[in-house]
Design a protein around this ligand. Structure first.
Ligand SMILES: [Zn+2]
Length: 415
């Protein structure tokens, strides 16, 4: 078979192949090949196997990209299924105040917090917003992310929510492949503080039909949490979204148990995200409904929540677990899926293999892209990360362990 891309001399290749999402006993099923090679043609994988077998199996095209892994390891490109990466403005000053003891409400009262980002995002042009986002995507790529979700939710008006989603589409020129999520229900728009019903009607009658008509998003997300949107409001919004052809996902149980996970199960949402305060009855409903639990330990860490989602209990109940970074201007301060893996291992007691599956094939399932990305199998996209040493080196925060990142058979980052 003809190939135009080859990585050989791989010490260990973790394919994460097989039926997905992986749950319970199979959550850690990474399917390793020692002494491996992988080859692709026009961005699609055509060979995965042993280095010894590759020479007789493939016919390398003239001008092909050939990478000698020098005994390093290869894992699937990371999929980051929960980010708020598109925004304008900078809240670094707020961070220093928070570390000096200021509370979230004190910061919000002085014009900080999410509404500061809303003001800056509304004021930015499409081009400014795209330019502000590109370096963040570049940082994610350097950490091995080859597919990511990107939400709106800092516009909170028809025009600026549509603008955010147009920018996500425009960023399709970047190596990272993006899945767009409409999240006008991130917060009540500032003009609607005394008229919640008015904002709900704007979401349901004004924003969702426009987003669906212009095909600007694949998903609809709601911040279902005491103080944000109630379970009844979230249900109404997500049902309207579903009726318009947007698939539901949900922010649930981040700061308090509030019924968001149960709503995800009721609506058949693909993913329920955060789940830090998840109780056992809700956990059973997620399991029964087949909802993926997308956990964001980086957010719990930077918000100093003092606790993390019950990942071991989720795995024991056969809920498929995915990981994401939650890149955002407030507490999503790391673009690194390897950091999420480290926290999953050291703060949530996952095995390395379970955390790797959570960051690749299960994360692809959380974005409904499991047929194309998330594992290294014949027929899938050639999206991969080459680690200089053994794969477990990925948990060494602060060390440049990633040598090369591959997207669709192209070297998109090389150290
Ligand atoms: Zn979020």
């Amino acid at each position: 078979m003809l190939v135009d891309f080859l990585i050989h001399n791989i010490g260990e290749l973790l394919t994460c192949s097989g039926p997905a999402p992986k749950r319970g006993q199979t959550q850690g099923d990474v399917r390793a090949i020692a002494g491996a090679a992988i080859a692709a043609h026009r961005g699609r994988i055509v060979f995965v196997g042993t280095d010894a077998g590759v020479a007789k199996m493939v016919d390398v095209e003239a001008g092909a990209t050939i990478v000698d892994a020098r005994g390093g390891s290869v894992v699937p490109g990371f999929v980051d299924p929960h980010t708020h990466v598109v925004f304008a403005g900078d809240r670094q000053g707020e961070l220093r105040r928070r570390l000096a003891g200021a509370t979230y409400s004190e910061i919000a009262a002085s014009g900080g917090g999410i509404l500061a980002t809303v003001a800056a995002t509304r004021a930015a042009s499409d081009a400014d917003l795209a330019a502000a986002t590109r370096p963040r995507l570049e940082a994610m790529l350097q950490c091995g992310t080859t597919t990511a979700e990107a939400k709106s939710g800092y516009g909170l008006s028809v025009d600026s929510e549509l603008k955010m989603l147009r920018v996500v589409a425009q960023l399709g020129d970047q190596p990272i492949e993006l899945a767009a999520t409409f999240m006008g229900a991130h917060e009540i728009g500032p003009e609607w503080r005394t008229n919640r019903r008015g904002y709900l009607e704007l979401l349901i009658d004004g924003m969702i039909p426009r987003v669906a008509r212009d095909r600007l998003a694949e998903w609809c997300d709601v911040f279902c949490e005491p103080g944000a949107f109630t379970v009844d409001e979230s249900r109404e919004i997500l049902r309207a979204a579903k009726a318009s052809g947007l698939k539901p996902r949900i922010h649930a149980e981040e700061f308090a148990p509030g019924g968001g996970a149960r709503l995800a199960a009721e609506l058949g949402a693909r993913s329920a995200d955060h789940l830090v305060c998840l109780d056992d009855p809700s956990l059973k409903e997620l399991a029964a409904a087949g909802v993926i639990a997308t956990l964001l330990p980086i957010a719990a860490f930077y918000l100093k929540l003092g606790r993390f989602a019950p990942a071991r209990r989720l795995i024991a109940a056969a809920v498929p677990v995915a990981l994401a970074t939650d890149v955002n201007p407030g507490a999503g301060l790391s673009p690194s899926m390897p950091f999420a893996i480290s926290l999953a291992c050291f703060a949530m007691n996952l095995t390395f293999e379970e955390a790797l599956v959570a960051s690749t094939i299960n994360a692809a399932c959380a974005l409904d892209r499991q047929d194309r990305v998330g594992s290294l199998e014949v027929g899938k996209q050639m999206d991969a990360v080459l680690v200089a040493g053994p794969p477990i080196d990925l948990v060494r925060v602060g060390v440049d362990t990633i040598r090369t990142v591959v997207k669709r058979g192209q070297l998109v980052y090389a150290r």
